[in-house]
Structure formats: C-alpha cells, structure tokens
Design a protein around this ligand. Structure first.
Ligand code: C5P
Length: 219
C-alpha cells in the first residue's frame, strides 16, 4: 500500500496514476470522493454549513468508486445512488464548497470506511490528505508531496488552459490558499505529513522524476 498525501494541486493524482502503472497497482484519488459528496449536497440543496444534515446525507447515500480507463480526465469515478458524479467533480461550486464538506466528521468516517475496503487487498496507491495518517496508517510507503503555492497555481492554470479552458492565475492562487487553510486547520484529520512519510518538494522536479523517486522508495 502506497499513501500519497499533500496539498491541493501538488501532483498527487498524476504521480499516483504513473506510480500505480509502473507497479501494476490500482490507483484511487480520494479527493474525488469528497468532491462527489459535495456535488450531491449541492444537488439536493443541503446547506454545506449544516454538519448534521451533510453527515445524514452521506450516511443515507450509496457511494461506489471505481478506476477509470487510462487517459481519462479523472482517474477515479464516483457514483452516488447510481448517478455518475464524475463529470461534475471540477465544477466551480464543488471546488468552492468541498473543503467545508470534508471537514464534517461524519463524512470522513463514511468515506474512510470505503477507502479502507478499497485498499484491503493491497496493491494500491491512494492519494489524499489523510491517507498516511488516518486511512492507511500501516501503509508500506508514505509520501508527502509538497510544492510552493505559486508553482501549484501555475501548474493548475496550465492544466486548465491545455484542456481548452480559461483560467486566472490570481483566482487559482487565492482558491488554493483558502482550501489549504481549511484543510490544514480542521479538527478532524487535518492535512499533515504522516510520521515516517518521505517529504518530496516538487517545485523543481517533473512528474517523471517524482515517480522515479517513489518507485525507488517503494521497491
Ligand atoms: O485532492 P483534491 O484537491 O481533489 O481534494 C479536494 C478536497 O477534498 C480537498 O481540498 C480536501 O478538502 C478534501 N479531501 C480530504 N481528504 C482527502 C482527500 C480530499 O479532506 N483524503
């Protein structure tokens, strides 16, 4: 089991998919699950500040997670009560609200159970914020990917532009700052490097270099 944690846009998914490919492992992006629950809450008009209502929503929902085909825009597909949330995971309203939904303890409890079940057979790379600390504390290899906020915002901007979209660097930077702040300061499972995690700063590394480093560490 390989756990990859780190802040928003630190490259966890791109790196995780490639590491899994090299090792013949499965890859799961747990951020997709928190995004899917956020999409559900918005769709059902549940106030994301109402923690009890959000927790009740998740407890009643059936959440199914699977890997997508190689090269898909999202590495992890999420179905909620049979509806495919995957095309909506990057919607601006989801992006704006996901950190509020993911700080609800009841949401985390439900999703961590699913994540542990996905990893139970082993042969898995899992990316998120609390994989090494909470979800898979016994993971064989724990990585914390970091990069400066400016580098992350620029990578995100390029990703959006390369996909044919429009992106404003300053608003991406502000959004990263806001999400990192909420994710790092929440009471339940805040973003932090797990004890024993190898911290890799990717400011001056490309994806292949990071993948190589992790494969070396893991094998
Ligand atoms: O990784 P990604 O940016 O898609 O994650 C979206 C949000 O989901 C994060 O900002 C965080 O609030 C939440 N998240 C979390 N725990 C995880 C994965 C994601 O709280 N394991």
């Amino acid at each position: 089991m390989i756990a990859i944690d780190g802040p928003a846009a630190s490259g966890k998914s791109a790196v995780g998919v490639a590491v899994a490919g090299r090792l013949g492992f499965r890859f799961f992006d747990t951020g997709a699950m928190y995004r899917a629950v956020t999409w559900l809450a918005l769709r059902r008009n549940v106030d994301v500040h109402d923690e009890a209502a959000v927790a009740a929503l998740v407890e009643a929902a059936t959440i199914t997670v699977r890997e997508t085909d190689p090269g898909s825009a999202e590495a992890t597909a999420v179905l909620v009560d049979g509806d495919d949330a995957t095309p909506h995971l990057r919607d601006p309203e989801v992006e704006a609200n996901v950190s509020l939904v993911s700080r609800v303890p009841g949401v985390r409890r439900a999703l961590v159970l699913i994540q542990r079940a996905l990893a139970a057979e082993g042969g898995v790379v899992m990316a998120g914020r609390d994989i090494g600390t909470v979800v898979l504390p016994d993971a064989d290899c724990k990585i914390y990917l970091d990069a400066s906020r400016e580098v992350r915002a620029e990578r995100r901007r390029r990703q959006i532009v390369d996909a044919g979209g429009e992106a404003d660097y300053n608003s991406l930077l502000a959004d990263l700052e806001r999400r990192d702040g909420i994710d790092s300061s929440r009471k339940t499972s805040p973003l932090t490097a797990a004890p024993g995690a190898v911290i890799i700063n990717t400011d001056s590394l490309n994806i292949d270099e990071v993948v190589e480093r992790i494969v070396e560490l893991a094998t």
